[in-house]
Design a protein around this ligand. Structure first.
Ligand SMILES: Nc1nc2c(ncn2[C@@H]2O[C@H](COP(=O)(O)OP(=O)(O)OP(=O)(O)O)[C@@H](O)[C@H]2O)c(=O)[nH]1
Ligand SMILES: [Mg+2]
Length: 402
């Protein structure tokens, strides 16, 4: 299928079935209620307020939205964002690779993390220090991603990257700065390198989102006081450096290569900051979860990308996502030995008064990756009351996630 045809199909999914779409460009001139999720009455109210088509909806300013009694503000915001994503998708002709930079001292764990992400477990024990930059097109998650793994040995840092920064640090969509949480002797060195990286990015006028990856957070040491002190020390140092820079903020995520799900969660958190549609997906999940009185929900691809989650409690979210990722690993194993993939999976925890259910919603990308909606709730059966309605809204957003 050509890129144009693929795009046509993705865009069609935003519209109600009855809408006939011939030319992509004309879609922006359609009335608001041609979009899935916008009813006719709301559409008429929008038109009365001079928002006659999807393009005009996309051009509304979120800071000064019209006050329409019949349409709650949060709903209108969601519609504007969907219209914006749609406009961008229609006007941008080609889908380019997202560039992700892996930076950090030698021996920090960068190459190992990339190996885990691609299930290349067997190469980890024989990995050598990366010589210079290793560029790779990654074939996971069904999205085009280009990783630049910048070997961290001092000769490359000093003689290569900082000598020709424009070759390495430009046009990154995302920076993962990896630091070994077990190597406290080198925290100061890691912080200095981080400061240099921020300085160079600023000089190049580049401000990609940055995630600090707290690597080697192995399960057996996470509860030790020493490890916890190490993490506090790192955060202190890094937060202080960030404070010296305007336009820069960072987030943290810990990983261990011995639990793939930690790597998947870190990567999902990182990609969410780059995604065009993650925020809208999370709004829809919020809507869904509250409608059926659930405690938490997540939308996760079978290869472990968490598109979005909603919960009012971080513990519920961790519980749900960890359970879902492990259940999916199990499902992938079953699939690999020839069992049919179950479209619905439930785990009961009666003593704790809840259950977790995963429901297959659809498959996306040419790789046909299944996507499951996971719900943590006292009554997971309620998932069926609204699932079809929300499924229709989620599908096109998944296709435009990156
Ligand atoms: N305990 C533990 N060891 C890890 C973990 N991740 C990586 N390692 C080990 O750390 C060492 C260095 O890993 P690499 O992935 O080669 O580090 P790197 O950041 O790519 O290093 P350079 O290529 O020199 O920049 C290897 O011996 C890995 O097995 C982890 O999560 N836990
Ligand atoms: Mg390496």
């Amino acid at each position: 299928m050509s890129e144009e045809e693929t795009k046509n199909i993705i865009i069609k999914d935003f519209f109600k079935r009855t809408v006939i779409l011939n030319e992509l460009d004309e879609a922006l001139k359609f009335k608001p209620d041609t979009l899935i999720g916008i009813d006719q009455i709301s559409s008429e109210k929008l038109i009365e307020n001079n928002v006659k088509n999807i393009e005009e909806l996309a051009h509304l300013s979120l800071e000064s939205l019209p006050d329409i009694k019949e349409i709650p503000n949060n709903v209108l915001i969601k519609w504007v964002k969907i219209a914006q994503v749609l406009e961008k998708a229609i006007k941008e002709k080609t889908k380019t690779h997202k560039k992700i930079l892996m930076i950090g001292l030698d021996n920090g764990g960068k190459t190992s993390i990339l190996a885990v992400l691609q299930d290349k477990f067997s190469i980890i024990k024989s990995l050598l220090p990366t010589r210079g930059v290793k560029r790779e097109k990654l074939d996971f998650f069904g999205y085009p991603i280009l990783s630049w793994d910048l070997g961290g040995q001092v000769q490359y840092r000093e003689k290569l990257y900082f000598n020709r920064p424009e070759l390495f640090f430009t046009e990154a969509d995302l920076v993962l700065y990896v630091i070994d949480t077990q190597d406290s002797d080198r925290f100061a060195e890691a912080a200095n390198y981080f400061r240099e990286v921020l300085k160079v990015l600023k000089e190049l006028n580049e401000f990609p989102p940055i995630l600090v990856v707290l690597s080697k957070s192995d399960q057996d040491i996470r509860t030790s006081l020493e490890w916890q002190n190490n993490v506090s020390a790192i955060k202190n140092k890094f937060n202080n450096i960030v404070r010296e820079h305007e336009n820069t903020s960072i987030k943290y995520s810990d990983t261990t290569i011995y639990q793939k799900e930690t790597v998947l969660q870190m990567f999902s958190q990182a990609l969410k900051t780059v995604s065009d549609t993650s925020e809208i997906i999370e709004n829809i999940l919020e809507d869904f979860t509250t409608t059926i009185e659930g405690k938490a929900s997540s939308l996760i691809s079978m290869d472990g990308l968490i598109f979005g989650s909603y919960t009012s409690s971080d513990i519920d979210e961790a519980l749900l996502n960890n359970t879902a990722l492990i259940m999916q690993t199990l499902s992938n194993f079953h699939n690999s030995i020839g069992l049919t993939r179950e479209p619905s999976m439930t785990l009961d925890f009666p003593l704790n008064g809840f259950a977790i259910r995963g429901e297959k919603l659809f498959e996306y990308s040419e790789l046909k990756i299944p996507v499951y909606l996971w719900l943590l709730s006292n009554n997971v059966d309620l998932i069926y009351e609204k699932i079809d309605y929300f499924k229709l809204q989620l599908l096109p957003l998944i296709n435009l996630f990156l």
